[in-house]
Design a protein around this ligand. Sequence first.
Ligand code: APR
Length: 340
Amino acid sequence: MLNNDIIEEAIRAYTMERSMPRLIPILDSIRKCLHEGSQFIIPVDSSDEDLDQLNLDDILANDEKYAASSLSLERDYHLHLRRIETVDGKQWLVAFTSKKESGEKEHLPDGILAGGEQYQIQVNISHVLQVVQETADVEGLIINPWSQSFFFNKGLLHVMQKAEEELPMRNSLFIEQGDITKLDVDAIVNAANKTLLGGGGVDGAIHRAAGPELLDATIMLGGCKTGEAKITKGFLLKAQYIIHTVGPIYSGVDEDMKDLQNCYWNSLELARTYHVHSIAFPAISTGVYGFPKEKAAGIALTTVAKWLDENPEYGMLVVLMCYDQETYEIYQRLTKQFSN
Ligand code: APR
């Protein structure tokens, strides 16, 4: 699965302005993709006869094996990981974030010497970084050498590993009280109505805080069905994204429960496709739409917990953001009951 667009985006931004604030998002994006099990394309320089003897599918199937003995690629399969030598004589391993990036260009960015014939296999990012770390005579990894390349040296790799130790991307759930528009998370969820054109309650608060561009964006979405979720940028908010979902207008039918579950589930599913790793929900449908707070809180907690259980490796921080004291106390009480 190659889903490394956020790495390419972060490298592109860094290429435009080589600064620390632009460097950190590259490391963060690599961590996020690593956690999602994404892969790099790894070119291998091996002769036709070597490769003819090999069953590359077998190699791919044995991806886990790389983790055990990280250089098994070379030893067990006699594959020579492609290296590039920079003008200062230093050796680097090579990885591509996408098929597009791996297509070799005739001219190379200055400082990079062409390599030999290559074949490509896909390997989990975590294994690639392990190989880099354990290959003594390389400086690090050049990501996408043929275009906007990033020299991921071992020093930076160490910084990322430290971040991993200090801020592991684990699933977590928090109950907080306050104004959701103030949160510095990847995405906040809006309890919208089907038109997505704004309204009162948290919908109104989010539109006010995000600014007028939000309405321009939601007009383009063409509305949203109950239980579904759509995404826009966060504009003036600290949050990068706003996920708009429409809760059920409570009438006591069973479908209300399913619709409310879908709001939380579909918002989390949509968040994952956008590499969101921290998301805040308001108490959907418990205001204007009249859903009983206690019932809604139970549905929210069970649905979020189910999603986190089904995505144990993803690393999602979920905040259930209560605005009023009553909602906050209900969540606290139910969370205690759940954990007993
Ligand atoms: N931050 C966090 N939560 C908030 C905020 C805020 N700034 N403002 C309100 N809330 C809370 C409310 O207290 C309630 O607990 O959000 C929860 C959902 O209430 P509503 O905003 O009324 O949303 P909902 O019940 O889903 O009704 C949606 O109301 O605002 C309109 O356009 C919206 O038609 C839609 C309907």
